[in-house]
Design a protein around this ligand. Structure first.
Ligand code: NI
Length: 170
């Protein structure tokens, strides 16, 4: 399992590089990302969150039989409709807030062997794709909130983090 980078780390703010070589090292990274995602019981994980500034994310939604890696993804279409739903992020653990997203999106990407595919997603899958795609641009869900709501989420996160650190020291 890989360590998950938390907010405050600069790598989460970088724009990622495109993958050019589809080799065994890439496939090992993808496997390790799925393992890390499963261990963390998350829905999605992007490469910057494991310290790799590359254009890759993985999504796992067992209830919908979805388990997919997206390499060099491009969002090619979005619905007019948008919707709000609570969202969290493994890099801001424990904090959730309502975020506006497109109800559905179309995506073009490549799999771990470089084969192109397209996906049209809605519901949780669509939301997860938009959240992870943002990570590849150096953007976090809190950046999509009002300044006030963002400050609230970050203050709660810091408070919780400090409380845990204090507990550990005792
Ligand atoms: Ni996230």
């Amino acid at each position: 399992m890989l360590d998950i980078v938390k907010i405050g780390d600069e790598i989460l703010r970088e724009k990622t590089e495109k993958i050019e070589v589809f080799d065994d090292a890439l496939r090992l990274l993808v496997d390790a990302m799925f393992e890390t995602l499963d261990e963390a019981e998350g829905v999605g994980l992007a490469a910057p969150q494991v310290g790799v500034s590359k254009s890759i994310f993985v999504i796992s939604i067992p209830d919908e039989n979805i388990r997919k890696v997206f390499i060099n993804p491009v969002i090619t279409g979005t619905s007019e409709r948008e919707e709000y739903h609570d969202e969290g992020c493994l890099s801001i653990p424990g904090q959730f807030w309502s975020v506006k997203r497109f109800s559905s999106v179309s995506v073009q990407a490549q799999d771990e062997n470089g084969r192109p595919f397209t996906v049209k997603a809605e519901g949780l899958y669509s939301r997860a794709i938009q959240h992870e795609f943002d990570h590849l641009q150096g953007r976090l869900y809190v950046d999509r909130l009002s300044d006030k709501d963002k400050a609230t989420v970050l203050a709660r996160y810091e408070k919780e983090k400090n409380r845990k650190a204090t507990r550990r020291r005792r």
